[in-house]
Design a protein around this ligand. Structure first.
Ligand SMILES: Cc1ncc(COP(=O)(O)O)c(C=O)c1O
Length: 261
């Protein structure tokens, strides 16, 4: 796993009794040269969560080579790949080694997390086992939601919705960047629905989070996502898709005030 990662993934992996090893992350994504003799790797190559970087091209090749040479499994969690603002989205690693990479996508960012719809593109030899495990866990996902999404996609409306949303979220990200002072840097790729705001060394994440909470703003610190010993400086993980449009300007002002305290 990446040293900063989604807590639910960490919990799910640990609950299966697997030993977790972590890869440091930096502006080039996860340090995949450290994969070594792991059995499998879970990565967020398009947009590292929550760090925000994109896996560097040479690291993508290295990770795919690792999976192919050692016959290991790579899980590519592409949770927000539809939203890239500075260029076209990068291609999936799955296409480079379809028999060694599991691709995971979701409607949670493009539509809504409460829908609970996602998809896996699996190596052929894993399909049967995954279908069995899924059936044991909840029999099947609601047909009504699946059929509605299928119609939404087939009609072209899903694509139109994603394009419209991409523009709206890009504007929000730009407004967030413009609202921040000199002391705070947005790290990572211009993509997704969250940004990592790096704080000056020595500033306390907990302090800024508390100041923000006093103003009715819920923020998270990077520290909450740490899975290994590797430690990055203080930073905030700010989701800019959540506030409704009419509340966004006020939310930015509150964030700015919390940071200025
Ligand atoms: C890193 C990461 N992976 C995956 C997901 C999507 O999970 P799900 O499709 O279960 O909502 C998220 C959503 O927040 C995420 O942050």
């Amino acid at each position: 796993m990446e040293a900063y990662a989604h807590g639910r993934h960490r919990d799910a992996i640990a609950a299966h009794g697997l030993e977790i090893r972590t890869l440091p992350v930096d502006s080039g994504g996860a340090s995949v040269s450290e994969l070594g003799d792991a059995d499998a790797a879970l990565l967020t190559p398009a947009h590292q969560f929550p760090f925000g970087s994109t896996l560097a091209p040479e690291r993508r090749s290295l990770a795919v080579e690792w999976a192919l040479d050692r016959d290991r499994l790579l899980i590519e969690d592409d949770y927000d790949g539809e939203f890239r603002y500075d260029r076209r989205p990068v291609g999936a690693m799955q296409a480079l080694a379809p028999e060694r990479v599991v691709y995971a996508g979701t409607a949670s960012k493009t539509l809504v997390p409460g829908l609970r719809l996602g998809w896996l593109v699996l190596p052929a030899n894993l399909v049967e086992e995954v279908v069995t495990v899924k059936a044991r866990s909840d029999w099947h996902t609601s047909s009504l939601e699946q059929l509605t999404l299928a119609e939404f996609i087939a009609s072209g409306d899903y694509d139109r919705h994603v394009r419209r949303s991409r523009l709206a979220y890009r504007r929000r990200r730009d407004r967030l960047a413009a609202a921040l002072g000199e002391d705070v840097r947005i790290a990572g790729t211009a993509a997704g629905l969250h940004a990592l705001l790096e704080l000056r060394a020595g500033r306390s994440e907990a302090n800024v989070i508390a100041r923000a909470a006093e103003r009715g703003l819920a923020l998270e610190g990077l520290g909450a996502y740490r899975t290994g010993a590797h430690r990055h400086g203080p930073a905030l993980v700010v989701g800019y898709a959540t506030p409704p449009e009419h509340a966004f300007t006020a939310a930015l002002a509150r964030l700015k005030a919390a940071l200025a305290d």
